[in-house]
Design a protein around this ligand. Structure first.
Ligand SMILES: [Zn+2]
Ligand SMILES: [Zn+2]
Length: 282
């Protein structure tokens, strides 16, 4: 059994002293939403959550199609996202380089360095970090390493029964019941195939049991998918976003990848395989 449910306990205090008041979250964050719904743009606007962030995307530094230059250009000219985080699989180099480019440019959006870590129990996003966190560690150890750097640890695309890189219920229960490790958030809207059947399950479980701050992201592997999943928050900067996640006053929003995003990715992977085969024969 869970040690605490949202009805019985509305205050969570993290070991770092920050307190989340879930009853406040119920009024202003995700609590006011239906059990399995993301927040629409209209609802976000009337809740005072006018900022939008996309905190999960991939570049050519892992398995994404877009270069860091293309990503920055696309976000600037073709989206209205206020904050992005680049979260390549198990590397942070691309995000650090992208931040250098971003700092030298005159971009209208804010940039956060991140990583998507392949922990032993599933994928986890690390945001506001500076150093790479290695893969294949336990989820508890990975969370600790994120917090040692002053970063935020957020579970990515949980509860997908078919995707073995997705954290399952027993892992979430274990973290929820632990007294010495804490999560900063959970991705309850993932716009990729990982979220098709499970976003609603994640929202329901989180709103009924865990009460972690919820984020929504694109998990974009093609630049055109950037922004199709988002996190609504009050304000417009990376620090506003961080404050919103830390206080639980953020909400997931967006839609799923379009068919074009899948086709672009499939075409790219097919061409890559063909090229590799040609190189093997040569
Ligand atoms: Zn993932
Ligand atoms: Zn991802």
């Amino acid at each position: 059994m869970y040690s605490c449910s949202l009805e019985r306990c509305s205050m969570f205090t993290r070991p770092n002293g920050n307190t989340i008041d879930t009853s406040k979250n119920i009024r202003q964050g995700t609590g006011g939403l239906k059990k399995r719904k993301q927040m629409t743009k209209h609802q976000a606007y009337y809740s005072g959550l006018s900022g939008s962030a996309d905190l999960h995307m991939h570049s050519t530094y892992s398995d994404g199609l877009g270069t860091i230059q293309q990503i920055l250009h696309h976000v600037q000219h073709h989206t209205d996202v206020d904050v992005i985080a680049l979260t390549d699989h198990n590397v942070v180099e691309g995000a650090l380089r992208a931040r250098d480019l971003w700092a030298r440019g005159n971009y209208r959006f804010d940039f956060v360095v991140g990583e998507e870590i392949s922990t032993r129990e599933g994928h986890m996003l690390a945001l506001f970090i500076e150093k790479r966190i290695p893969p294949n560690l336990s989820i508890e150890r990975s969370i600790d390493l994120v917090h040692e750097q002053g970063g935020l640890a957020i579970i990515a695309h949980p509860l997908n029964p078919l995707f073995r890189q997705s954290c399952q219920r027993e892992v979430l229960d274990r973290i929820f019941n632990a007294s010495n490790v804490w999560l900063d958030g959970i991705e309850t809207w993932n716009a990729s195939f990982c979220g098709i059947y499970t976003n609603r399950m994640a929202m329901r479980s989180n709103r009924e049991v865990y009460g972690w701050p919820e984020v929504g992201n694109s998990d974009a592997h093609t630049i055109h998918a950037i922004g199709c999943g988002c996190t609504w928050f009050k304000g417009s900067t990376a620090q506003h976003l961080r404050a919103a996640i830390e206080s639980g006053l953020c909400a997931p929003g967006g839609k799923l990848w379009s068919m074009h995003d899948y086709l672009r990715l499939a075409r790219h992977r097919m061409n890559k395989r063909r090229k590799e085969r040609r190189e093997q024969v040569a």
